[in-house]
Each structure stands twice: as C-alpha cells, then as structure tokens.
Design a protein around this ligand. Structure first.
Ligand code: SF4
Length: 373
C-alpha cells in the first residue's frame, strides 16, 4: 500500500481471494500472449511489493477509459490496481486536491525517475499554445511533455490519446492530437478504443513492469497481440456474412436472428482490434456487435468520427476468417486451427476478398429485387 489513490480504492473494495488474484494475473498475461510462468512472475512481484508506479494524465476526454478500467469484475480491476500497480496519480480518482495533488505527481516522478509508466488518457489540444485544457495553471501539452521526459514507458490509452479521437473530429477547433503526435521521437504504445479494453492496457503495463519490455507493436504503436487482426476475421457473425445473411434494418428479422451487420455499416472488416475475443468487463457479449450494433471502427483513425455510421467498407479488402470456418465450406474434419492457418495464406486472402465482393453484391441485388417486388 503506497499511493493515495490506493487508499481510496481499498476503502471501497470488498477484498478478494488469492485464487481470484492469480486468475486475474493469468488473464492479463494471456491478453499479451505471455506464458503462464509470466502470470506467476506477476504474482511473485506483487507479493514482494514490487509494483510499477503509474502516473495517469487526463486531457480532452470523457473519462470513459478510466471508467471501464474500474468497472471490470470477477475480480474488480480496482482490486488489481491495489495489488498489481501503484497508481500514484490519476486526476479522476485522486484523494488529494490542489497543491497536494500536484505534489503527488511530482513525488512519483522524482522517486521513480526513468522507470514510471506514464499513461495518457484523452487528446491533447495544440491550437493557441494548448490553452484549451489546463491543470494547475499548466497546459496539457506542457504536462504531457514534462511527464514523458523521464518516463520508463508511455502508454496512450483510448482513441483520443492514440490519435485524437472525437475531440479531433472535423473541424477540430482546439487542434486536438494524440500523444504520438506531440511526443515526436518517443515510443508511445497506443491502445485505441472508445473505450480501450482494460485488459489490453493491463497486459502491456504488467509486461513492462515485470520484464522491462514492451510487446511487439505495429506501425501505429498498437500491440500486435490485440490489434493484429480485423474484427471481421474472428467475428462470431462471420458465418452469416459468408452465407450472405444480413440484417437490413435495426429490428428486422435478420437483426433479431443475429445476422451479419455489414449492411448497417459495420466497420469490422477494416478495424483492427480484439473486441470480439476479449469482451469488456468479463461480461459475455459486452461489445458492440455482441449487443447487436455495428462496429463503428473506434480503433481506426481513418474510420471513427470520420466515416458515417451507415456507410459500408470496401468488401474487396475483406480477409478470410481466422477463427470460424465459412458456413458454406464442405463439411468434414475442419478445425479452427486449420482455418486460421489457411487464413494466413495470401491467396486465401485474395479469394476471400473476391468471395466477399460476390456475396455482398448478390445480397444487395437480392435486397433490391425484394424491394422492387
Ligand atoms: Fe461481424 Fe461486422 Fe464482419 Fe458482419 S461485417 S461478420 S457483423 S465484423
């Protein structure tokens, strides 16, 4: 027990068993593709009191990423925060206020210089020298750059911090940008999502804290373990897409039957994220498509808050399924693994794109004929 936030969290946490704690560590390790022995190392470090100091800055945002972090359950992530990381500064959750809050941040920066994890939530306004978001008389731009200078690792959580998110939507009067854009030359791990999945964050933070390394990143700074595949590749509605069964309107028969949401504007085919396999807050189907709403591409700068919800993505770019066999495949001993391996073949990708175009075209023609009739 060390940070002021931890005191506040412990006061509201009912406590939980070591078994739950070990299980949660296992989930966090699995989230980043680390072996079971990594989870054991997390537990070992936590029990030895070796917890990474985390400084969490909030900028232009809705606090949704903090909210989702605190609303996980079985066990609650609040408990995890108490036991696995030392959350020394977070403006939304701190007990101290005013100068004492500033002191908490400065002390954490001094004590853990070069090793603390800086988490950035929210976009950073850059227009007019960044005057549109200030804390304790300093602009977010100044505070982010000051804290980043001596951080051991920098994590941008959520779409706003990763690439600007909704504050950067046209006409973007405050010049909102993501952390990578204002921290040129720094490695910034981005965990986009609106909100980001808390286990993706926790996995990255624990890997850094335990092994001093970061997961493999793509060219946008996103961990490949979470953003290496499109949602469409492992969507549970994929078989309906492949069979040409689509919802056409909210509430129609196809929608009620759980058919594919492509024609309602689902951006899953062009969105790289693991929402379909890492549901939110450990609640089954707690993610947009699981609840009957099309994916709106919140992890993609080129889609979310840029492309209208009802607009469909180009079916020619659709990749083959990685997890579920196509529903029209010849029946036989097809294993999910075989499908996944097949999905990695470039020729298969091209064929999938052609097949996707055909299916979408056929279903569009059928729908048109039906409407005319
Ligand atoms: Fe799932 Fe959307 Fe792809 Fe349909 S288009 S299979 S709902 S990701």
């Amino acid at each position: 027990m060390s940070g002021p936030l931890e005191l506040a969290l412990q006061a509201t946490s009912p406590g939980w068993h070591r078994r739950d704690f070990v299980k949660a560590c296992g989930m966090a390790a699995a989230a980043v593709g680390l072996p079971a022995k990594a989870a054991a190392k997390f537990v070992q470090n936590a029990e030895a009191g070796l917890k990474p100091s985390v400084i969490w800055l909030a900028n232009q945002e809705c606090t949704g990423c903090t909210e989702t972090l605190l609303r996980t359950s079985h066990p609650s992530l609040a408990d995890l925060i108490i036991d696995l990381i030392s959350l020394d500064y977070n403006e939304a959750l701190l007990v101290p206020a005013g100068e004492q809050a500033e002191l908490s941040r400065r002390q954490a920066m001094e004590r853990h210089k070069g090793s603390y994890i800086l988490v950035i939530e929210g976009a950073i306004p850059t227009a007019d020298d960044g005057i549109y978001c200030k804390v304790a008389g300093h602009t977010s731009l100044e505070i982010v750059r000051e804290c980043a200078a001596d951080a051991g690792a920098i994590i941008a959580i959520g779409s706003c911090a990763s690439w600007g998110g909704i504050p950067s939507a046209d006409p973007n009067p405050t010049g909102a940008k993501g952390a990578p854009a204002v921290l040129e030359g720094k490695t910034v791990v981005t965990i986009p999502g609106c909100p980001a999945n808390p286990y993706n964050f926790l996995g990255v933070a624990l890997q850094y804290a335990t092994f001093g390394t970061l997961p493999e990143l793509d060219d946008l700074g996103r961990p490949k373990f979470a953003y290496g595949r499109t949602i469409h590749e492992h969507c549970p509605r994929r078989a309906h897409f492949d069979a040409g069964r689509f919802a056409r309107q909210y509430g129609d028969e196809g929608h009620r039957e759980g058919y594919c949401l492509y024609h309602l504007g689902c951006k899953g085919p062009a969105t790289y994220a693991n929402c379909s396999v890492q549901h939110f807050n450990e609640v089954t189907d707690a993610w947009p498509i699981g609840l009957g709403h099309p994916c709106f591409g919140c992890t993609e700068e080129s889609l979310a808050f840029r492309v209208a919800m009802h607009e469909t993505v180009d079916p020619n770019e659709i990749l083959p399924p990685s997890q579920f066999p196509p529903i029209f495949a010849d029946r036989g001993p097809i294993s999910p693994m075989a499908t996944a391996v097949g999905g990695a073949v470039v020729g298969g990708a091209i064929a999938a794109g052609v097949m996707a175009s055909k299916k979408v075209a056929e279903s569009t023609a059928e729908a048109g004929a039906g409407e005319e009739g």
